[in-house]
Design a protein around this ligand. Structure first.
Ligand code: UD1
Ligand code: CA
Length: 451
């Protein structure tokens, strides 16, 4: 079915008590808005329109960062959900298919549920609403059903006592032919308890025209809308619980799952072990049979089969680890490709670098990639041995099978198979240590007599 998405994200989110627009607060390392966009994207919509309002510039930027093909329109005054959806009219000009309205602050709607809604549309229902049985219906809009069909939606504020006893509630998600939707929206008014143009009124308006409406239902956990920071934390916990369960299903071992934090797009292969207290930022893929050891932080990186990372390692964006690479404790890797079987085991910084395979990087090695103005690249070949505490002042190139002596400051290229030593030569003075000690002790004794 041809679909277009309208994602409403203009609200201020007053109860967040924040300078940041509500839909940009992060959940699983991505803005709330990205979760709604991701759920909708599973329908492969022809067009997606994000309706921004509060913090529109920031919301626009985030929406385009997530998907550069979406249109972002602005609702300059927040006059209600129908008025918000109406802002998408021009962006959807010429589109003839089903429009689906999603809320930017409702992150957990599943693609399967949206497909159930488009199926209901395909079966001839003019308006399809996503409803749920609420444990505590609170202030949600209520779905007034009659037989199998939906008569209308009544907002809590406008509902009678009897209507407030209905537990079937409106999630806010709606599917309707796009042209019809804008016609119905034009017919909404704001003569209600909130003085707002309610999107929910399109149901009653459709029925009055002799059109059909129905409700598809889902679990309440899918329709969770975020209004407060406490709800955001609750949503994060719910996301993590599901992500951990999915990781177990996929064959991942986690002895302390409650301490492992996943991002929206983390991918972990089978038979990988994730030790306690590991945090995944966005954009991480770990292949099978790897081990991410305790207290490591990974983002924007890739760990191939059999790799070992940590404990206490940090992989930053652009870290590309080939098979069987070992990154040890207190090692930071950024924008670096590391070849098969290479080891960087202790206390190192590898940034803006390419390392070949079967190379060993000694403890305390640093790629000095930044001169204060520009970043430079370090290239290390295959089967290289970098001695401990080597400073590699980029741009620099170390050839295959070369070695650097411990403590070297390498400022020029090293030929393949060469040994580079770039440190002060050792000077030895026989007996001098004892003499020096005697001299210092004598000086201290003299000072104590004087005082
Ligand atoms: C809405 C529904 C209600 C439903 C509930 C589910 C209406 C009239 N009511 O109520 O039936 O049970 O959601 O959570 O639709 N927005 C705009 N511009 C506006 C107003 C809202 O973009 O002018 C956006 C908000 O940013 C938010 C969404 O629309 O993402 C919902 O708005 P909100 O004011 O939270 O609606 P509710 O009162 O919760
Ligand atoms: Ca709401």
């Amino acid at each position: 079915m041809k679909t277009a998405l309208i994602i409403l994200a203009a609200g201020k989110g007053t109860r967040m008590n924040s300078d940041l627009p509500k839909v940009l607060h992060p959940l699983a390392a991505a803005p709330l808005l990205a979760h709604a966009m991701r759920a909708g994207a599973a329908l492969e919509p022809e067009r997606t329109v994000v309706v921004a309002g509060h913090g529109a510039a920031l919301v626009r930027k985030a929406a385009l960062e997530y998907d550069a093909t979406v249109s972002v329109v602005e609702q300059t005054e927040q006059l209600g959900t129908a008025h918000a959806a109406a802002q998408a009219r021009d962006a959807l000009a010429g589109f003839d298919g089903t429009a689906i309205v999603l809320f930017g602050d409702t992150p957990f709607v599943r693609p399967e549920t949206l497909r159930a809604m488009t199926d209901a549309r395909a079966q001839g229902n003019d308006v399809v609403i996503l409803g749920f049985e609420a444990a505590d219906p609170g202030r949600y809009g209520r779905l007034v059903m009659s037989g199998g069909s939906l008569e209308r939606i009544v907002e809590y504020k406008d509902a009678s006592e009897a209507e407030r006893r209905i537990s079937l509630c409106n999630s806010g998600v709606l599917a309707c032919d796009a042209t019809l939707l804008f016609e119905l929206i034009d017919a909404t008014g704001n003569d209600n308890a909130s003085g707002e143009y309610y999107l929910t009124d399109v149901v009653g308006l459709a029925r009055a025209r002799g059109l059909s409406a129905t409700a598809v239902t889902c679990d309440e956990s899918e329709t969770l809308g975020i209004n407060t920071r406490a709800e955001l934390a609750g949503a994060e916990a719910a996301f993590q619980t599901r992500a951990r369960a999915a990781a177990f299903e996929n064959g991942v071992t986690m002895p302390a799952p409650d301490t492992v934090h996943f991002a929206i797009d983390t991918e972990i292969g089978r038979d990988t072990v994730i030790e306690p207290n590991v945090v995944f930022g966005p954009g991480v893929t770990v292949e099978s049979g790897a081990c991410i050891r305790a207290f490591s932080h990974l983002e924007g990186c890739h760990v191939a089969r059999g790799g070992t990372v940590g404990p206490y390692a940090r992989l930053r964006p652009g870290a590309e680890l080939a098979e069987d690479v070992r990154i040890g404790n207190f090692v930071e890797v950024k924008n670096a490709q590391i070849g098969c079987g290479t080891k960087v085991n202790h206390l190192s910084y590898i940034g803006d670098a390419t390392l070949g395979s079967a190379t060993n990087v000694g403890a305390g090695t640093i790629t000095c990639n930044y001169d204060g103005v520009m970043k430079h690249h370090t290239h290390i070949g295959n089967n290289v041995f970098i001695g401990s505490n080597t400073m590699l002042v980029a741009p620099v190139h170390v050839g295959d099978h070369a070695m650097t002596g411990s403590g070297s400051v390498i400022t020029s290229d090293v030929e393949p198979e060469a040994l580079a030593l770039a440190r002060a030569p050792q000077v030895e003075k026989p007996g001098m240590a004892t003499k020096l000690l005697q001299m210092l002790k004598a000086r201290k004794a003299q000072q104590q007599r004087g005082s």
